[in-house]
Design a protein around this ligand. Sequence first.
Ligand SMILES: [Zn+2]
Length: 112
Amino acid sequence: MICPECHADYLNHIKKCGDCNVSLVDACVLDLPIPEMTWSALPPFSGKIYADMAGEILDNNDIAYYLKMNWASSAYSIEAANLTGDIVRIFVPKASFEKASNLVASISGEAQ
Ligand SMILES: [Zn+2]
């Protein structure tokens, strides 16, 4: 068993981390993007098409990520479907942030 906070290793019959007072998780779970993981946001992408391109690159490099759309632009009741005005944030695990931001740097640059 592993503590999701401090990643300390515990015997299987232990249920809580003595330091952090949080429930331990199975070691294999840590391979998945768990909520306890620290996520960092890459520079915002203007338009989902760029975010999708970045996601593909991250996929190819085995970096976990998730997208978060900013729907604030729809609040202005703009009738034209200006989809490129949407801001999309990509979140990656903090441990992969530097690699990820280098990989997608060219894409976020093109979006300007
Ligand atoms: Zn702990």
